[in-house]
Ligand binder design. Sequence first.
Ligand SMILES: C[S@@+](CC[C@H](N)C(=O)[O-])C[C@H]1O[C@@H](n2cnc3c(N)ncnc32)[C@H](O)[C@@H]1O
Length: 228
Amino acid sequence: MVENKYIPRLYGRRQDKPLKPRQARLMESLLPTMAAPDPAKGAIDPKKNFPQADEIWLEVGFGGGEHLVWQAVHNPSIGLIGAEPFVNGVGKLLGLIDQQQLKNIRIHFGDARPLLEALVDRSLTRLFVLHPDPWPKKRHHKRRMISPWFFEAAARLMKPGGELRVASDIPDYAAWTLMHAQHTPEFDWTAERADDWRLRPEDWPQTRYEAKALKEGRSPTYLVFRRK
Ligand SMILES: C[S@@+](CC[C@H](N)C(=O)[O-])C[C@H]1O[C@@H](n2cnc3c(N)ncnc32)[C@H](O)[C@@H]1O
């Protein structure tokens, strides 16, 4: 078990190769226009960023942004926030946003956790955590995104009926997520049969990380929880 507070430090890599020139330019020009409010400046009501949106959805650790962009394209009435500290991922997302001229995305370039803390109660209808870093060693479990702290934050942030989606190709991480969900009475696991967690729902596109996992012979688990 881990503490009910997160370690305010980011593990994992922040950058690999240098950004392509176009991505570097978009970091300068496009990112400031699409940035989510800074959590260091106080409480965030995301409705202010998306006054026309029917709902606000948030993706934690969007990687290369394929899932976030797919959701933004297929749900134009939704405001989507993506949080990611990996600069190459943010560069890729900016490239996709620019290419498709998307307007319904805001980017938090950094650790998602201060953002989750700053968002106001009941501000989110969907929350996605797709293939969070597994941190398989027991002594590193306290680095995992899914934690008692995370479920407490999700319970506060989500509207009744809202959906929390978590995917992992690591059986231990899926079991870990279910264990923490069981300790959070505000959420119900929606699965009724094995296919509900074995098969990816149609409105859930494959991510880059998932494609890699499948190629390497690991099967993902798709967990959907409903906020009571
Ligand atoms: C295994 S990758 C999966 C990426 C993507 N979701 C996918 O499925 O392709 C995990 C991602 O979580 C991001 N991440 C790690 N810690 C994070 C944090 N505290 N806040 C936001 N993202 C984080 C990493 O930078 C990385 O991009």
